[in-house]
Design a protein around this ligand. Sequence first.
Ligand code: ACO
Ligand code: ZN
Length: 281
Amino acid sequence: TQSISEISRVKNLDRVIIGKHEVEAWYFSPYPEEFGHADVVYICEFCFSYFISGKQLERHRYHCTLTHPPGNEIYRHEDLSFFEIDGRRQKQYCRNLCLVSKLFLDHKTLYYDVDPFLFYVMTVTDEYGCHVIGYFSKEKESLDNYNLACILTLPQYQRKGYGRALIAFSYELSKAEGKIGSPEKPLSDLGLLSYRAFWSETLIDKLVQFKGEVSIDELSQMTSFTTQDILHTLQSIDALKYYRGQHIICLNETVVENYYKSLKKKRRTIMPSALKWKPPH
Ligand code: ACO
Ligand code: ZN
């Protein structure tokens, strides 16, 4: 006895081709029904329009002039850029993007109404254009202080540190707004893994550099993380100790050793100085 919503969740698309990558779909996404019967769906990597044959995509590419996401480029450092796109002004683009991202997101309701969101699309530039790696969406106004609604790294680019860059960027925006923030709940398994990794790395980094006393509130101001996310993270790395009637933060040796090891990994970092952005009132 399945409910209608469960039935509609059965994966409908098998594979998609985006740019030069062929990717297997993970979950249901509400593409028009006839696309569910195709072996593979062809997606324009610049505007995310979708087609049933390679011929149709080819014809489309002849007319589609996009070589980067619409909207303002608000960040550029080396080959990495971020574009800010208003869901109200670029409805079609944002809907197409949501359709793609639903292929890899299980638990989120897909927002047909893209108006209340801004989309931050991350690209890597080469001689052909700015290729979308991933994005996150953000409510224009969040009553729950969410600073991110949905996050996705396209599967062909996952596990290379791009998700980390997206998360770091979402907190840079919060810092620029002078706000603290947290991602919308619930998080997926992969979302949780990525956030936990980012939170603990950032906090350990602050704690290692900051000799002396620092409070949870001060950590929150430095990072724009909520005190709740900070407390959970410190607990998970066993850094909260109760000593002489009060809580103290204390990193154990293994945590610090692992931190120094992780510094050797080559990573894309977000350069705050490369962000050219003012909070939209
Ligand atoms: N297994 C174990 N750890 C992982 C995994 C994984 N598959 N993926 C990420 N992590 C952890 C690791 O600690 C990793 O660091 P490491 O590679 O140095 O060990 C860290 O997260 C950062 O990984 P990135 O490479 O930066 O992340 P990625 O580019 O793969 O993107 C993301 C992460 C966005 C969650 C991606 O997995 C994704 O798009 N998943 C599908 C959509 C999704 O679930 N989105 C989150 C929904 S919740 C929300 O939207 C609020
Ligand atoms: Zn196109």
